[in-house]
Design a protein around this ligand. Structure first.
Ligand SMILES: [Zn+2]
Length: 390
């Protein structure tokens, strides 16, 4: 019998999307409200709230929760929460909104009304405080820090009723699965211990190896793609999905891997983001999250295993979902197989390493990428994509 981890907080899932029958009336009401534009990060957080991935939050955080999440990784209720989920507005707009006023939340990129928020707090944050805790740096070149520095001057907190999940359900039909849906799938398969494998890349053999280690020790693996915004130069989700499909079809035992996507926008906060990734995977029903090298990192802001070590600093009961910590994976020519730094005694010179930059160059020049690095079926999908960039 399937016994999945409970949603975060121990209660039931709390999707903030209003029932379909009530959405038209909600949109009509929202059209008459003052509009608050949301950045792409804020919109993606709203969709995470809508689908229930941020259970048990009931909206964008007020000041006490913001401060607690940054400084102590706790909400004012004491519940574990490692990254603030906030909405900002310009000072002019915030001044025009009264406390206890309802506002319409609008995706600034598409112009779509995404929800209604009852504004119960307006507050100004200390951006250096947030960045130094969450990103461990205030360097404006860090992409996550940059977004905090550029956001509006005033944060608005309050309960949210989501009226839309944007383009995701249609654009990623079959891939966009809500926490209630992944839980139902796991239960149907009789899975109890499920590892999430987070990816924003196509899966090469090192990623395949990580996911298969998870299959060895769990009932199955959820290959969970980031569908929200990425850095320029990253491979689009549609291409990644095709590459991963090609891998799973040809190299996984049927019924051991489920592919799904979720709408977060990466913050590249390294260790803190790894904790958030584990928290919402608990809501999706995953007991484990694969944490490899430099999870959710960018540049050289974090040590390669900082995202593993941070799990050891949590208090008992903070999180049900555990980190499945795995060392660097690679193909070793001397081992003549896939290995990790824990299992391969040979030197760096025997390991097949191709950097992302080098790989892009190889595709651009149509050079043959070794099949020890990536499966031919995957390479074919990626080559076809890179050919379109010319
Ligand atoms: Zn070796």
């Amino acid at each position: 019998m399937s016994r999945l981890v409970p949603p975060h907080g121990g209660g039931t899932l709390k999707p903030l999307l209003v029932p379909e029958a009530e959405r038209a009336a909600g949109l009509k009401r929202a059209a008459g409200l003052r509009k608050v534009p949301m950045t792409s990060r804020e919109t993606s957080d709203l969709v995470m709230l809508a689908m229930g991935a941020y259970t048990p939050l009931d909206g964008f955080m007020g000041e006490a929760d913001w401060r607690g999440a940054c400084g102590e990784m706790r909400l004012s209720s004491g519940l574990f929460w490692p990254i603030p989920i906030t909405l900002s507005a310009t000072k002019e707009l915030a001044d025009s909104i009264g406390v206890e006023e309802e506002v319409a939340l609008v995706d600034a990129e598409s112009g779509e009304i995404m929800g209604i928020m009852l504004v119960t707090e307006k507050y100004v944050i200390d951006r250096d405080f947030e960045c130094s805790h969450i990103y461990r740096t205030t360097d404006p070149k860090h992409p996550g820090v940059q977004k905090v520095m550029e956001q509006g001057a005033v944060n608005l907190g309050g309960r949210v009723s989501a009226l839309s999940e944007g383009a995701y359900p249609k654009q990623y039909k079959g891939l966009y699965l809500r926490p209630a849906e992944t839980r139902a799938l796991f239960a149907e398969k009789g899975w109890s211990r499920v590892a999430a494998f987070q990816t924003r890349n196509p899966m090469h053999r090192s990623h395949e190896y990580l996911a298969k280690i998870a299959v060895e020790v769990c009932d199955g693996v959820l290959i969970h793609q980031v569908l929200g915004k990425l850095k320029p130069g990253d491979i689009p989700a549609e291409v990644r999905v095709r590459a991963i499909d090609a891998l799973v079809e040809n190299y996984f035992v049927p019924g051991t891997a489920i592919q799904a996507g979720y709408p977060i926008e990466m913050r590249y906060a390294g260790p803190r983001e790894a904790l958030l990734h584990a928290l919402f995977r608990q809501n999706f029903g995953c007991s484990d999250l694969v944490i490899g090298r430099d999870h959710a990192g960018v540049g050289s802001y974090y040590g390669p295993f900082d995202a593993q070590h941070i799990f050891d600093t949590l208090w008992d009961g903070a999180l049900e979902t555990k980190a499945l910590k795995i060392d660097i994976t690679f193909f070793c020519n001397k081992c003549d197989g896939m290995a990790t730094a824990r299992t391969c005694p040979h030197g760096e010179e025997h390991r097949l390493n191709i950097s992302g930059t080098k790989l892009r160059e190889m595709f651009a020049k149509r050079e043959k990428v070794p099949t020890q690095f990536s499966r031919p079926e995957v390479l074919e999908v990626l080559q076809a994509y890179y050919d379109t960039l010319k």
